[in-house]
Design a protein around this ligand. Sequence first.
Ligand code: ZN
Length: 321
Amino acid sequence: MSEKYNVCLDIGGTKILGAIFNEKKEIVYRLKKKTKELGDDTSNVEKVIISVVEDMINESGIKKKDIKAIGAGAPGVIDQDAGVILFSPNLPWENYDIRSSIEKKFDIPFYIGNDVNVGVLGEYKYGVAKGYKNVVGFFVGTGMGGGLILDGKLFTGNKHKAAEYGHMVLDPEGPLCGCGQRGCLEAFSSKKGMSAYILQQTQRGRKNMLSDTIENGVFKSKNLKKAMAAGDPVTMEAVDRACHYLAIASGNMINTISPDIIVYGGGVMEAVGDEFMEKILAEVDRYCMPSIRNTVKLKKAALGDDSNIYGALAMIEDAKK
Ligand SMILES: [Zn+2]
């Protein structure tokens, strides 16, 4: 019998990462495609997903009949059991049964979940949270994602809307957040939040290394890394502020959940995670009860940009049980 494979996708607002896993859970083929490559019309996202899967099958030489399943993480509120995207802020779907559509196209089982949930699942099954039962994940990127594993199971709450603790309000008089509230964790500690602080300081006449690199309200993680390495003062203020609020949010989650481990992932942590961890760890004890803090580990994600791809694999494996 020929070897079987799984195709795993990380669907983002601007790009899709794809990987093919063999039975030993090794990545044997990778592909990356910008979602804009098929034009700016976001309704093309599904076409890009299909073309990524088709290209991966063609270019890898793996036969379609040897693919067991396709798994994907995507932003938004997703009914993982039904494979329906209920709502996505960056993608064109509402109450969209993407599972039926993709399964009809390829005749291969298709699974999809919220990208941060899937990323935390990846870290839980294959990364730094392996072996623990209660996991809190903070994913620091353009926004601030949350994912929660309780008693060894992904917790998605009523109607799949849980774990939005990026929108935990930490200062009701704080900066405006994309969700409409003020002072959410995301408004301080995400790339959007840090970028807004830097632009505000620039307007006050304070020169810095990042403001010229900010596009559509966000800097790139690699530019943040450069500015931090150079010790750019305005950048360091934004980072200290981001880590201060991440420490408060972490303290709140420690008191609320008493997790075994908190995992910090996403593009920012991939680029400058060691510096962020040092700052968070220096402060977090102030914001939680010592008796609970004692039994919690705080760690950077281990799979980096591949958290979601491994999480998609974990989702496929869970679904088959
Ligand atoms: Zn918010």
